[in-house]
Design a binder for this molecule. Structure first.
Ligand code: HEM
Length: 506
């Protein structure tokens, strides 16, 4: 089957859908004998449930995955079993803590107000065309750097600077897709020769390492200085530096017994690099497709604007809890975007011991099982006849609440025990960005600009999303320009989390 794959590699996503539609939602892909390539591709919900939840202990990321993503070291994405449990427990306690939520909302709001709105207002007044994918990538890069390391590089500013660290992240990610489709022996040979994407990958890895190790050393120094300064105010009240690296450094578990030194620079390097890879392009890709879909579905945009106006009357939109519970239609629209355009296109697992899947397929430790997230969201047997429509209503119950879909059917955030830990964080960011933009502007796609997916592990647009920024018009009075958000500002955020001591984190 390798020749067919290579022939269709430029349209691999749609090619997979065609095969799944003709097969019982699972098929075996075998390469030539020398390629050691045996992959079972599935979108079958019972199979996903079996592997991700019911028989979880028998399935690991496996050695092939570890080799493809070797740059991530011993971080959470590459980890299995005890090491994974350790990472998961740590990451969960920090990401779910109210102090981090408060820090998140504050920082994202500042970036939206000072970065995003400044550029959009400029583009709106000058009638400029903006590449929204580039805009959102800069936005999420700046916010993830602030949230993870406490540093804002200002890549989202009028002169749009190219930050070497951001370019290195892109170059590192660029090989992941090719390493999945090209036989391992071949890409390893290319790496050995130091050619093509593999060469760029190695160069980028050096840039990342140098940069992250420098940040870790800097942070350690800052923290030591603070601790040694007797006159300094109490650390526990210092909610200005609740970034993840600080939280990790202050709360390390010294007795891990899992073969890693949880206080070493290598541990921090692997951990924060995983957060960068997890949190940046996933959120920016979803926002790009979301605004692209809104430009094609103006009735959805109007409904979201109406919902925002009604919620805003209580003057507290940028509160973490309200962002989670209210804005049901906006939430449904984002879920619908994630169903059709999941940023992570596929995931893999391998069995530790031979097993038989609910579909009847036998798998053994050599089999790489691939879940195709893109195809899962587009299967008729899973989502019905209107699977190709953009329909936020499918996510809303009769009582007007968000309808829960099981994760083995809605796979965008992964399923079962390894469900994405940044889901709430991502929704918070995306809702804030959506609210600020939709209330103030209407995004009009440039006609004729091709919006097509790139061939990559992250579902990006190959040529970006080019659009004009027009002022939003009030739904109640078409003559009025709507201008919300700016005046609300940060002072309306409740300071509810700032007093919580850090030792409540675990
Ligand atoms: C729309 C945005 C996002 C989507 C669609 C998404 C999707 C996913 C998916 C599919 C996985 C499974 C990957 C794998 O196991 O190979 C995952 C895992 C994970 N995500 Fe996200 N993610 C998003 C945003 C974030 C953010 C903002 C963070 C926080 C920085 C984050 C943190 C994580 C972590 C820590 C894991 C590993 C969980 C584990 O292995 O136990 N994600 N995410």
């Amino acid at each position: 089957m390798l020749p067919a794959i290579l022939k269709n590699v430029h349209r691999i996503h749609d090619f997979c859908i065609e095969i799944f539609e003709k097969s019982p939602l699972t098929f075996l892909l075998k390469g030539p004998w020398f390629a050691n390539m045996e992959m079972l591709l599935t979108v079958d919900p019972p199979n996903v449930h079996h592997i991700m939840s019911k028989n979880f202990d028998n399935y690991a990321k496996g050695p092939k995955f570890n080799e493809i993503f070797d740059v991530l070291g011993d971080g959470i994405f590459n980890a299995d079993f005890e090491l994974w449990k350790y990472h998961r427990r740590m990451a969960q306690s920090f990401l779910a803590h109210p102090r981090f939520h408060w820090f998140l909302v504050k920082r994202v709001w500042e970036k939206a107000e000072n970065g995003l709105v400044t550029i959009l207002e400029h583009a709106c007044k000058q009638g400029l065309v903006v590449d929204f994918q580039d805009l959102f990538e800069r936005f999420t890069f700046d916010t993830i750097c602030t949230l993870v390391m406490g540093q804002d590089f200002g890549s989202l500013s009028i002169d749009m600077p190219r930050i070497p660290f951001s370019k290195a992240l892109d170059d590192v990610e660029a090989v992941f897709f090719h390493r999945h489709v090209i036989p391992m022996r071949i890409w390893k040979f290319m790496r050995w020769l130091g050619v093509g994407k593999e060469k760029k990958h190695e160069q980028a890895r050096k840039v990342l390492d140098e940069f992250i190790y420098k940040c870790v050393a800097q942070k350690r120094e800052e923290m030591e200085q603070k601790l040694s300064n007797k006159h300094n105010e109490d650390q526990k009240e210092d909610s200005e530096s609740d970034d993840l690296l600080t939280l990790y450094m202050m709360n390390q578990d010294k007795n891990t017994n899992i073969g890693i030194d949880s206080e070493s620079d290598k541990f921090f390097r692997d951990t924060i690099l995983s957060f960068f890879i997890a949190g940046q392009d996933t959120t920016s890709s979803t926002l790009s497709w979301f605004f692209y879909l809104l430009s094609k579905n103006p009735q959805v945009e109007s409904k979201i604007r109406q919902e925002l106006s009604s919620v805003l009357t209580c003057n507290s939109l940028y509160n973490f809890d309200q962002l989670s519970d209210e804005l049901v239609y906006l939430h449904g629209s984002l879920c619908e975007t994630l169903r059709s355009y999941p940023p992570v296109v596929f995931e893999t697992k391998s069995p530790v011991k031979p097993d038989i899947l609910p579909s009847g397929h036998k798998v053994n430790p050599n089999t790489q099982i691939i879940f195709n997230l893109y195809a899962t969201g587009r299967m008729k047997s899973i989502w019905g006849d209107n699977r190709h429509e953009f329909c936020p209503e499918r996510w809303i119950s009769e009582k007007g609440k968000i309808k829960h879909e099981p994760s083995y059917k809605f796979l965008a955030f992964n399923a079962g025990l390894r469900t994405c830990l940044g889901k709430d964080m991502a929704f918070t960011q995306m809702k804030m960005v959506a609210a600020v933009i939709i209330q103030n502007y209407h995004i009009q796609a440039v006609e004729g600009h091709p919006v097509v997916p790139d061939i990559s592990i992250i579902f990006r647009m190959k040529h970006g999303f080019k659009a004009k920024v027009l002022p939003a018009i009030s739904t109640s009075n078409p003559m009025t320009r709507v201008r919300y958000g700016f005046e609300l500002g940060f002072q309306h955020l409740p300071n509810h989390a700032s007093g919580l001591p850090l030792d409540t984190l675990k």
